[in-house]
Design a protein around this ligand. Structure first.
Ligand SMILES: *Cc1c(COP(=O)(O)O)cnc(C)c1O
Length: 370
């Protein structure tokens, strides 16, 4: 018998949103739309695609392990020093690394909300630590007072996804200010801003950069190119933190953790404001459409500041998910997200959204009506 670490055996393998090709093959369907993984309906930034095409012939060379040019681009865009910037193979990798540099003993605690983002769970399982999950409030918002109450001398790292995945809600500046005042400065507080571009225009949306620039040494900001920039398949994320944390990440990471092509694409995508603007604009209309149809079929749409909507059906959504799947619409059922009564649906193209609306009506309306 090979003695695998018990923490690892306790992990659930990640269940990915079903790939379109698999659903077509298994169900014999020709038309399948996927609204399960919060991908960009407009595809990748065209500037990023062009940059990759140009750089493709240099892929025999190792990437710049220090990501000099990319960090310069991030530095000038967000006005922060390059030694306060980290880059990763998706922000998932940065989450993994943050666990590696902070969690040391079985009594150490990683705190997150429930339902929350699954990679935080995974990070906790890979380290010797205790995972503490604090339920969101009745409006699906992270309960920062309850989280601050739960902090103790063992708390090492706290994740606040802002907006939160899967609920789509944000925590506002006042609440985050108060929270940071209550949490000791020795506790790392990660503001995971994977959906930053979709929420940044809200006047009460606080960015990690505000706190980091004000000198909060324990705050980490995480961003990704997977959502608004449409580079999920390339795997590129970045983050901001104090030099102490960035230095630790640089020691722990693989030397070539971000590929050459990902680096050039990321630089190009950072300059492509037009692609992001178009994406965010379309997203706003998509959220309105979804809020309307969820209410129409008797579900309660959550307030979303991301590129997906989380709706409470007040009954298990697995059958609805299954029925939609049979009709070629892939969504994310709540039992995979930490709340069996909810369904998460990403904003797709107009055509995909129209199909979703039609099929949701079909699967939630009693058949006798037709
Ligand atoms: C999508 C997502 C990420 C990870 O994105 P990467 O593709 O790994 O960069 C991180 N956090 C949250 C909350 C997300 O939804």
């Amino acid at each position: 018998m090979i003695p695998i670490r018990p923490n690892v055996l306790g992990m659930e393998p990640y269940v990915q949103g079903k790939p379109i090709e698999e659903v077509k093959r298994e169900l014999g369907l020709t038309r399948v739309v996927k609204l399960a993984s919060n991908e960009n309906p407009f595809g990748p930034s065209p500037k990023a695609v062009a940059a990759i095409q140009e750089a493709a012939s240099t892929m025999h060379l190792y990437p710049d392990g220090g990501a000099y040019a990319l960090k310069q681009a991030i530095s000038s865009k967000f006005d922060i020093a390059t030694n306060q910037i980290m880059v990763g193979n998706g922000s998932d990798e940065l989450i993994h690394l943050l666990g590696l540099i902070t969690l040391d003993k079985p009594t150490d605690e990683l705190m997150m909300c429930n339902p929350g983002f699954a990679r935080y769970d995974a990070s906790a399982h890979l380290a010797p630590c205790r995972l503490v999950k604090i339920p969101v409030d009745s409006k699906h918002v992270q309960d920062l007072e309850a989280m601050a109450d739960a902090v103790n001398e063992n708390t090492r790292i706290i994740y606040l996804a802002n907006p939160n995945n899967p609920t789509g809600t944000i925590v506002r500046r006042n609440a985050v200010d108060r929270f940071l005042d209550r949490v000791p400065e020795s506790v790392v507080v990660v503001l995971d801003e994977a959906y930053y571009e979709f929420a940044m225009h809200h006047p009460e949306f606080p960015t990690s950069l505000e706190y980091i620039k004000a000198g909060r040494e324990n705050v980490v900001g995480l961003r990704t190119m997977s959502k608004a920039q449409g580079l999920a398949g390339l795997r590129i994320g970045y983050g901001f933190a104090s030099t102490t944390i960035v230095d630790a990440i640089n020691r722990a990471r693989e030397p070539f953790n971000v590929s050459r092509l990902a680096q050039v694409a990321a630089i190009a995508a950072l300059e492509d404001d037009e692609h992001v603007r178009k994406t965010v604009e379309h997203n706003r209309r998509g959220l309105e459409l979804l809020a309307g149809v969820f209410a129409e079929v008797g579900a309660e749409p959550g307030e979303s500041f991301a590129n997906f909507m989380y709706a409470d059906f007040h009954r298990p959504t697995r059958p609805i998910y299954q029925a939609l799947l049979q009709r070629g619409v892939i969504t994310r059922p709540g039992d995979l997200l930490g709340n069996p009564n909810c369904l998460r649906v990403s904003i797709g193209t107009q055509e995909e959204m129209d199909i979703f609306v039609e099929e949701l009506r079909n699967v939630t309306t009693p058949a006798v009506a037709k």
